[in-house]
Structure formats: structure tokens, C-alpha cells
Design a protein. Sequence first.
Length: 224
Amino acid sequence: MGRTRWDPGPSHPRLEAATVEVWRADLDAADARGDGRTLLSDDERERAARFARREDGARWATARAVLRTLVGAYVDADPAALRFEAGPHGKPRLAGEGRLRFNLSHSGDVALYAFALDGEVGVDVELPRRAVDHVAIARRILGDDEAERLAALEPQQREREFLRAWVRWEAVLKCRGTGIGGADAPSGDPDPWVEQLDVGAPAAAALAVAGGPVAVRCWRWPLA
């Protein structure tokens, strides 16, 4: 995997055909700046308040505020006036907008946002969370071949490779808009194109795009 270049984000982003734009945000830094928390709907504020840990609720709210700002920039609309709806498995989409496709993921203070025209996208980022049996989880979710590959690695490398495999799998599911296990994936559809993203150790991240490969532009939040 090559090193991903995260350039300063443009103030007026514009999407092109066969191109996906991915934004990376530091949620703690964005929260400290107060990036758009006043843009949230009442439902979003209520959801943020329900998190058991205040820190988790603050990061979720900031991630949602950044999403509103970015979507508003792409469609030239007031971020506070945007209405989102959820697909069958919770994937957010913009109500009444036919072309824009997007997806978001955050783990700890790292957030990623992917945007495209017409074609579906999925993005996932994960930080190590706790001591887990990576081989057992891989065998149950990712299959025997992946489990055996991980079992042959040293523990530190095993964790890193597990995260890389996990984010690829999650990004594909999110691109398809299916539930865990992908049981609702349309039969016969080609697999999405997947690109690993470098967000810096110890995190792992991946992008999945229906109908790829595509050009990928990577930006750093905030907007210029």
C-alpha cells in the first residue's frame, strides 16, 4: 500500500465522473474549533446525548456536523436545512437528492467521508480497541483462508493485518448498503473496487466503490 497524500481541502468541492473524493477529519480538533455543531437537527442532538460516554457523544455530533458541512458544500445548500434518511441498514442518504452518494466512518478521533456521483461508495476506518482473538473473529466473519493467513503472523503484525482485512470487508458492505454478513447483497452483482487508504498507524482504512476503479482525491478537513 502506498502512502496516501491528504491535501488541504478546497472551499468549494466539486465532483467529477469516475472520481471519488475522500475527506479526513480529526474530530477532537474539529470539536475544539466548534466546527458546525449548531447545524445539527434536534434528532441528532438527542442521539448524541444518549451515548453512555460523553466523549463518544461529542465525537459523533462533531462527525455529523462535518458531514452536514461537506454535503452542503457539494450540493450548494444550507447545511442546517439538509434532511437525511436511512437505507434499510442505516446507510445515510440525502433526502430528495438523486446523484450524490456518500458514506462516513469514524473510530476514535479519526473520521473519513467518501463522496461520489451516481455510484455507491463505502468507507471504513478502525483503530485497535482492545485485546481480541483476531484469528477467531476472522474465521467466523472473514473465512478460513484469512484466519489461517493471520494465524501465521506475529501478534503485532497480526493485529495490523486483521484491521486491514476488516476495513476492506466493512467498506464493501457499506458500499452495498447491506447488513453484517452481506445477506442482502444482490446476487450476480460484481464486487466493488477496493482501495486501502493510509491514515497513519495504528489505524487502518479502506474505500469501496461500485463500478470502479476510479480516481481518488484525498482531502484534509476543514474546508479552505
